[in-house]
Design a protein around this ligand. Structure first.
Ligand SMILES: Cc1cc2nc3c(=O)[nH]c(=O)nc-3n(C[C@H](O)[C@H](O)[C@H](O)COP(=O)(O)O)c2cc1C
Length: 366
């Protein structure tokens, strides 16, 4: 009797530990947490419980294994296959009317509960609310949000964007770059809008791009700025006004080879001025970095929360650019006020699958 209670208790705790491990695992994956303490702790207790159960019940387990293999136990008791079981015992194990009714009612209740969860639409309190707030509310993790999600959010697109027919300019390798010390860089960092109009060097452009989104770990390609799930949804299009050794034009940064692809040659200053609502630092900047996002790169995995992560990624990339520019003695300025369609047109993206999310100008200080 005591043995049975013990077995039941261990089984229940094991089931609970299993449920917690599975739920925390799914939640951690959903929220993009690679190492969740709760998940690890419940997984360790699950393993410890299973091990303890095996040690304490090793005699019985050995007996059951032998029986399953059809061998006679030392006690002389034999486990019988179904075909050898008495008819009365088989009848008892068959589906009874009560269990049939219970499973039917549970199934119907589950169906209606499911319909209620999957309904979708905005909650009443958000009708007419600011879209940003509605999105923020909508993308909070909850059981109902989880259940109402569609199962398929599309496929994972390629991690790099290529311009195979564009002329390629390799960027100088960064071997012994030493800028200002970190503390001084942070102290000095400011958004600066007055530029001398002198060209940047190719080495400076190379350091800026590498610091923003360059590959810093080749085995599993990781970049200089962090990205949710290591999915790197952003692209950088340096619009070059003046850089020694480069003709002016719209370029695309290819992190794989640390190179630039020229996608549109020419002076684009007047378009940049129009696209930023007349913010004239874009005229004297050596380069305006146009940062776009390919949303599906993060969306296929993080679904509703992807948009939050993409903008956070852009903030990290932007800060790396700010700090790199400051440490080079250059002036950076983030620009959030821009006309999306005009900027998308300049860099040649459709504004749907890929769209501009942030601009940063960098120039020589006066
Ligand atoms: C997301 C974002 C958008 C910004 N947009 C603009 C902008 O459109 N024009 C501008 O002149 N400065 C812009 N800035 C720069 C801020 O005005 C600046 O960071 C703020 O005044 C604080 O100054 P500091 O960066 O020198 O510390 C932006 C900064 C951020 C982070």
């Amino acid at each position: 009797m005591l043995g049975k209670r013990f077995d039941l208790a261990v089984l229940l705790i094991l089931l609970l530990a299993f449920a917690v491990t599975a739920t925390t695992g799914l939640l951690a994956d959903y929220l993009g947490i690679p190492r969740s303490l709760y998940h690890r702790l419940s997984a360790y207790s699950l393993a410890a419980l299973a091990l303890w159960h095996v040690v304490v019940r090793r005699q019985q387990l050995r007996g059951r294994i032998k029986a399953a293999l059809g061998r006679r136990e030392r006690s002389g008791h034999r486990y019988l296959p179904d075909s050898a079981m008495p008819a009365s015992q088989l009848r008892r194990s068959a589906l009874s009317r009560r269990s049939f009714l219970i499973s039917g009612v549970t199934g119907i209740a589950g169906f209606f509960l499911g319909r209620w969860f999957v309904q979708g639409g905005l909650p009443a309190e958000l009708e007419g609310a600011d879209l940003g707030l509605a999105y923020h509310e909508w993308s909070k993790p909850s059981v109902t949000a989880f259940l109402r999600k569609p199962l398929q959010w599309g496929l994972q697109p390629p991690q790099y964007k290529d311009y195979p027919s564009a002329p390629r300019m390799p960027l100088p390798a960064i071997t012994d770059y030493k800028g200002l010390p970190f503390g001084e860089t942070v102290q000095r960092r400011r958004s600066l809008r007055e530029y001398a109009g002198k060209p940047l060097t190719l080495e400076q452009l190379s350091v800026l791009l590498h610091s923003a989104y360059g590959i810093t770990e080749r085995t599993y390609p990781l970049r200089a700025s962090p990205s949710a799930g290591g999915l790197y949804p952003l692209e950088i299009y340096p619009v070059v006004n003046e850089v020694t050794g480069l003709s002016s034009g719209v370029y695309h940064y290819q992190p794989k080879d640390h190179a630039l692809d020229l996608i549109k040659e020419g002076d684009h200053r007047s378009s940049l001025l129009g696209g930023t609502g007349g913010q004239d630092m874009v005229l004297k900047a050596g380069v305006l970095f146009v940062i776009t996002a390919i949303f599906q790169r993060t969306r296929w995995k993080y679904q509703d929360r992807a948009y939050r992560y993409i903008l956070l990624d852009a903030g990290h990339l932007g800060e790396n650019l700010y700090l790199a520019a400051t440490s080079l003695g250059l002036g950076p300025c983030g620009i959030g006020a821009f006309f999306d369609e005009e900027m998308n047109r300049i860099v040649g993206v459709d504004g749907k699958e890929e769209s501009t999310v942030y601009l940063i100008s960098v120039g020589n200080l006066v």
